[in-house]
Design a protein around this ligand. Structure first.
Ligand code: SIN
Ligand code: CO
Length: 395
């Protein structure tokens, strides 16, 4: 069915031709559009606790492009200048049924992709500056007029020292003045710069896409040290989205994509091996925590190694190591990861191979040169944590 909201395209045509692909300006998308909220009501919301409100002051603040967060005192809002600021309220659908109803027009996109409805009010020249969003957005113009400029493939360097991430060298490629009821669809990554031509309200219907890193961290409950290894800013994408019978369905196609993203660490060269190292050395329920002792100094350790004693691995301990990766050697003791220099590999191999190590033999596997100290430190730490102790050599 052709839709006025989509400029005479059917939802299926819009998805196939524009969704996550290219911008679309739709003149008269919503004929006779009536703002579901007044400027005073919006300001009232921005003064309430729990409402996500922000104020961007390009001019008139303590610094250019100052960002402040609500709730705002009435006095602050009343004392704003006549131009160059924007008041934004996110998740407006939570606070106003009339606003929430707006979202019903966008159910050709699955529900789970919907993020929120953000409403902005700006006096003349009000703007949040040239920027890029990582999400799809429909920018529906309410009262007043806004001048939009866009750049499809922007240079992603930011202006330093600002509260906001604004593009350093935005170059307008296309521009329009949007009238009430006009709408601009932007896929992620298209730079945009909207400046109020007169006092205006703009409704941003935004869509979210989960990030690979978040899916993985949630699924595997990874500690931050490992989740951070992914360092991926990859977001879910679905330029091949097709119209669903019911927007509430999490479709098989979406599940397949999300699954591939969430399972990506299985392919990561170190993430899962490192998690496994910690997991397989975790103490069982009945395994007593090691006692530990005083940390021997390196000189004392040297002396112990040259005597007739032996270093024993405590019964409670499981130790494993992974084949070194470059200079890094990952060693696991009692569920903890120790990142060592790969020069310590012979020492670690020897420690892991046998429960009892005659001191003189162990001394031979210490690295030479400046890394020798690291080897002694490792042994001291093992004694201090109770993973190992000095005893008699039973050989
Ligand atoms: C605005 O309403 O001023 C900004 C909306 C956006 O750029 O996402
Ligand atoms: Co934006």
């Amino acid at each position: 069915m052709k839709q006025q909201l989509l400029g005479g395209l059917s939802a299926a045509e819009f998805l196939a031709q524009y969704w996550q692909k290219k911008p679309l300006l739709i003149r008269g998308a919503w004929p006779g559009f009536k703002d579901p909220i007044s400027v005073d009501e919006l300001a009232g919301l921005a003064m309430e606790d729990g409402v996500r409100a922000r104020l961007v002051q390009e001019k008139g603040g303590q610094r250019p492009w100052q960002l402040s967060h609500g709730p705002f005192k009435e006095k602050i809002l009343r004392s704003l200048p006549k131009s160059h600021w924007t008041l934004l309220v996110s998740q407006a659908e939570l606070w106003s049924e009339a606003c929430a109803k707006l979202l019903d027009a966008f159910t050709f996109i699955p529900h789970w992709r919907a993020d929120d409805l953000m409403i902005s009010f700006a006096p003349p020249q009000g703007s949040v500056g040239p920027h890029v969003d990582s999400y799809d957005v429909f920018l529906l113009q309410g009262q007043g007029h806004r001048h939009w400029q866009i750049q499809k493939d922007p240079d992603l360097r930011w202006r330093p020292g600002l509260d906001l991430r604004l593009l350093k060298s935005f170059k307008s490629e296309e521009s329009w003045v949007l009238n009430p009821g006009d709408m601009l669809y932007l896929p992620p990554g298209v730079a945009h710069y909207g400046v109020a031509a007169d006092a205006c309200l703009t409704y941003s219907i935004g869509f979210r896409a989960p990030a690979k890193q978040d899916l993985v961290a949630d699924l595997f409950q990874l500690p931050e040290s490992l989740a951070g290894l992914l360092q991926s800013e990859d977001l879910y994408t679905d330029p091949d989205l097709t119209l669903q019978d019911n927007p509430g369905e999490l479709s098989a196609a979406a599940v397949a994509k999300l699954k591939a993203m969430a399972l990506a660490p299985l392919q990561h060269p170190t993430l899962l091996p490192r998690w496994l190292g910690a997991y397989v050395t975790k103490p069982g329920d009945l395994t007593a925590a090691p006692g530990g002792g005083r940390r021997p100094t390196a000189a004392r350790m040297d002396k112990l190694l040259s005597g007739h004693g032996a270093l024993w691995r405590s019964d409670a301990q499981r130790m494993v190591y992974l084949a070194p990766l470059g200079d890094e050697l990952f060693f696991y003791v009692h569920g903890e990861e120790w990142v060592l220099h790969s020069a310590l590999l012979p020492l670690v191999q020897q420690l892991c191979a046998k429960r009892c190590q005659p001191g003189l033999e162990l001394a031979k596997s210490l690295p030479r040169g400046k890394r020798r100290q690291d080897g002694l430190t490792l042994l001291s730490r093992l004694v201090a944590t109770g993973a190992c102790y000095f005893g008699r050599d039973l050989a």
